[in-house]
Design a protein around this ligand. Structure first.
Ligand code: FES
Length: 116
């Protein structure tokens, strides 16, 4: 996450940090599908497509711990900062960039390139 000094029109306002429960998520609809915006105990914010790379479970309903979310369906752990499943599981979910200005959050609705 990085501070934004200027916002181009691609970024969409998604509310404030206080709109996301600590260790939880809220869902933002985008043209690419639902995006889960997570907040961990350190108030770091991450955004991933709300579909587990295993069988499409709703990651937004998973348990956040550190920089991981545990999928509610079969308990895969997904790295919030990379979108990759934690080994030994293999898979990757698209991730999205979030910017924070004060407590206001903005989402880039275009998924980040893998490995970016
Ligand atoms: S759908 Fe997420 S672990 Fe199976």
């Amino acid at each position: 996450m990085q501070a934004a000094t200027t916002l181009d029109t691609a970024w969409i306002a998604i509310g404030t940090l206080d709109d996301i429960p600590v260790l939880g998520a809220r869902v933002v609809e985008t043209a690419h599908g639902p995006v889960a915006v997570f907040r961990n105990s350190a108030d770091e914010v991450f955004a991933l497509l709300d579909r587990c790379p295993h069988k499409g479970g709703p990651l937004s309903e998973g348990m956040v711990h550190g920089r991981l979310v545990t999928c509610p369906l079969h308990a895969w752990n997904i790295h919030l900062d990379k979108g990759e499943a934690k080994a030994p599981d293999v898979g990757c979910v698209p991730r999205f960039e979030v910017r924070q200005e004060g407590r206001d959050l903005y989402l880039n609705p275009e998924p980040q390139a893998q490995g970016a």
